[in-house]
Write a protein that binds this ligand. Structure first.
Ligand SMILES: C[S@@+](CC[C@H](N)C(=O)[O-])C[C@H]1O[C@@H](n2cnc3c(N)ncnc32)[C@H](O)[C@@H]1O
Length: 330
């Protein structure tokens, strides 16, 4: 996963004044930013909040049943598939997203930038059943960044998954008293070119404070690697036009290869394509995490490296799942 950010106040000497940035978790360890406080694992085990646990497993009948091969493709999930996703992968997505945002908001510069904003506009591409948007909202509710309207625009090709996202965000609003506005766009992208063109149309004229893309691009790569090669880079270029000043772009994806092992590990592809983006003369985003990327990106010539973080996730159907990992590229 990579976090970028667009900013107007310096994260570091090497950043131009109007840089946007991309990123993963914590930031530069310069004078104003604390060093990354981890040693490889999330700072706390993530326990699915009780009300969501009961809602997902008892009311919605989510099912815990890991199936790594099925998890490669969720676009045409049936209701039954989505219930399995809800019980198995949604808590992981929520944990990953929660940890990322919780740590980002802890950074004094990001905290102050986000506290100053009078509203937060979020774009969630490939939102699915809503795991990463739930993690985003959960971290926001804890962060105390001042009360402000928050609106999320979600795009996904699976309408049933979007219905679950709506129900779950509604539940969070009900329990936490938050008033997250949600607009959903049911849209299936068929080709890389059409993907970027349609996204431009969908988001026309809008600027976002946060753009999240969680475990989405790998589904295209699994389907047809040669057709969708370059999508991370195209997407990053596109998002750089959609982010407002001091906006955050988070790309998180699975670490694995496709199950046929016909292509490289996703982390390596992501790393290579982001390096490609950063070398473009028109790039306006700068990486903020992993920390080494935030510090050395302008000089870095590496393309295959990444750091790995794992988070422990627990809920009533399974304790201490250590599977979710975020490999941060640098
Ligand atoms: C693995 S899920 C991730 C969902 C959510 N972001 C998360 O982290 O839990 C991938 C999502 O991408 C969507 N997706 C995959 N290919 C798509 C396409 N061609 N057009 C639109 N959505 C697509 C699927 O419907 C699915 O909801």
């Amino acid at each position: 996963m990579i976090n970028f950010m667009r900013q107007t106040t310096g994260f570091g000497q090497s950043q131009p004044q109007t840089a946007k940035m991309v990123g993963i978790a914590p930031l530069r360890s310069d004078a104003t930013c604390p060093p990354e406080p981890h040693s490889g694992f999330g700072r706390q085990p993530f326990i699915l909040p009780g009300y969501l646990d009961r809602f997902i497993f008892n009311d919605l009948h989510g099912v815990y049943t890991p199936d790594y091969k099925k998890a490669e493709s969720n676009l045409h999930n049936s209701r039954e598939d989505n219930l399995k996703y809800l019980g198995t992968y949604l808590p992981r997505s929520m944990a990953e997203s929660f940890n990322i945002f919780d740590e980002l908001y802890d950074n004094p510069l990001i905290r102050s930038m986000f506290t100053k904003k009078d509203k937060l506009r979020v774009l969630d591409i490939g939102a699915g059943t809503g795991g990463n948007s739930l993690g985003f909202v959960y971290a926001l509710n804890r962060a105390d960044l001042g009360s402000k309207p928050v609106s999320i625009i979600s795009i996904d090709g699976n309408e049933d998954a979007l219905d679950y996202q709506k129900i779950l965000i509604g539940k969070m609003n009900e329990i936490s008293g938050s008033t997250i506005g949600l607009q959903q766009i049911h849209f299936e992208f068929y080709s890389g070119k059409e993907f970027t063109e349609s996204l431009h149309e969908i988001a026309a004229g809008q600027e976002f404070d946060v753009v999240m893309v969680f475990k989405f691009v790998s589904e295209f790569l699994n389907r047809d690697f040669s057709a969708f090669k370059g999508l991370y880079q195209d997407l990053t270029r596109l998002v750089s036009d959609l982010l407002n000043c001091e906006g955050l772009f988070i790309i998180a994806d699975v670490v694995s290869r496709d199950s046929n092992q016909k292509r490289d590990f996703t982390s390596v592809i992501l790393s290579q394509e982001i390096a490609g983006y950063l070398q473009e003369s028109t790039e306006t985003l700068s990486p903020i995490v992993p920390v080494p990327c935030g510090l050395w990106a302008p000089k870095c010539r590496g393309t295959n490296c990444y750091t790995e973080r794992g988070f422990s996730v627990s809920h009533t159907r399974k304790q201490n799942i250590m599977d979710p990992k975020i490999r941060t590229i640098c």
